[in-house]
Design a protein around this ligand. Structure first.
Ligand code: ZN
Length: 344
């Protein structure tokens, strides 16, 4: 995690061009940088894991560079060197912190420290850049403290807020920022990111299907062996119509031994597969698991559309029970297999 953060708030030379996708967003930001019209507060919003933080670091590098080329960071000056090392004195990043059992959040003390930083004169570059990541995790006290700074911005400071949940920010904060929207990555951009991280080509399709345009999510799933988990769900779906009671108990044992989070993910894949099966039955809609189309289609020889509806409902209910109660996962799954098997 520490590595990920360090990586995310540095901007290596060429970071701008290296960032995949977001053609229009980058063009708009580039124009602002080139014409030196960057507003004092930007709000990057859009899905998680699409590169908002990386682009924010690249914008910061451009704004701080001592000899920008066409508005972008030169990659070679002292400022660019320090941005790449993550030690630029005029760049300050605020991230949510974990404290005890509470969810990660940006606290008022962090905003106070940010205000002190924002008030200081730049040391190396002509201005300061402050990044506030996961800005929606500010509590109200923190948000109100930030608002004061945004209302009376120190002249030399540019703020970049990034959020995956724009709707959770105070309207007063939204109104002080210039919005920059990020879309989910398209397949081509996603492939570029995944290949750069050493993901084998054969997994690009399945990972793209599971991650809804978020490269961060795709890489996390790759690390967690999500493809194997989905394959397990697909194989179970294929076996479900002909399960004997012994099969039900052994499947319950096997899956019930999984970690809770992984089991919930497994149920999620099962539901996505059933959703695709129903899309095939209905003759409409693009499949999320397009790479499994032939196997999903073959299921229609064994089960009906009504069965798939029932099984999807049962899977959702089982996930809910496992998530919200201390019910034994094994028993909940056995119940699921028995009921889902019966409705065929
Ligand atoms: Zn430079």
């Amino acid at each position: 995690m520490a590595e990920e953060i360090a990586d995310a708030v540095t901007a290596a030379p060429g970071a701008w061009d290296a960032l995949a996708g977001h053609g229009r967003t980058k063009a708009r930001l580039h124009a602002l940088l080139r014409e030196e019209r960057t507003p004092h507060a930007l709000l990057f919003s859009g899905p998680r894991g699409v590169g908002k933080r990386k682009l924010a670091a690249a914008v910061a590098a451009a704004l701080l560079c001592r000899s920008p080329k066409d508005g972008l960071a030169c990659g070679g000056c002292e400022s660019c060197r320090l941005m790449a090392a993550g030690t630029h004195p005029d760049f300050y990043a605020v991230m949510p912190e974990k404290s005890g059992k509470a969810a990660r959040s940006i606290k008022i003390e962090q905003i106070r420290a940010l205000r002190t930083e924002a008030a200081r004169a730049p040391r190396l570059s002509g201005r300061r850049v402050i990044l506030l990541d996961d800005a929606e995790t500010m509590n109200d006290a923190a948000a109100n403290a930030l608002l004061k700074t945004l209302e009376e911005p120190p002249g030399d400071t540019i703020f970049i807020l990034a959020t995956g949940a724009r709707q959770s920010l105070l309207p007063t904060i939204l109104s002080r920022c210039t919005g920059v929207h990020f879309s989910p990555l398209d397949d081509e951009a996603m492939a570029r990111v995944l290949l750069a991280h050493g993901v084998p080509e054969s997994l690009l399709g399945p990972l793209a299907a599971l991650s809804e345009g978020s490269a961060g999510r795709a890489l996390r799933l790759y690390g967690e062996d999500a493809i194997a988990l989905r394959e397990n769900a697909m194989a179970t779906l294929e076996a479900l119509p002909k399960m004997t009671p012994e099969d039900v108990f052994s499947a319950g044992d096997r899956l019930g031994a999984m970690e809770r989070e992984r089991l919930l993910e497994w149920l999620r894949y099962l539901r996505l597969l059933l959703r695709d099966f129903l899309a095939i039955c209905g003759g409409s809609g693009a499949l999320l698991n397009a790479d499994l189309e032939a196997r999903l289609f073959a299921l229609s020889g064994a089960v009906t559309e009504a069965w798939a509806f029932g099984a999807a409902r049962e899977a959702a209910e089982t996930a809910r029970r496992i998530e919200t109660s201390n019910a034994s996962a094994r028993l909940a799954l056995e119940g699921f297999f028995l009921r889902a098997g019966k409705t065929i």
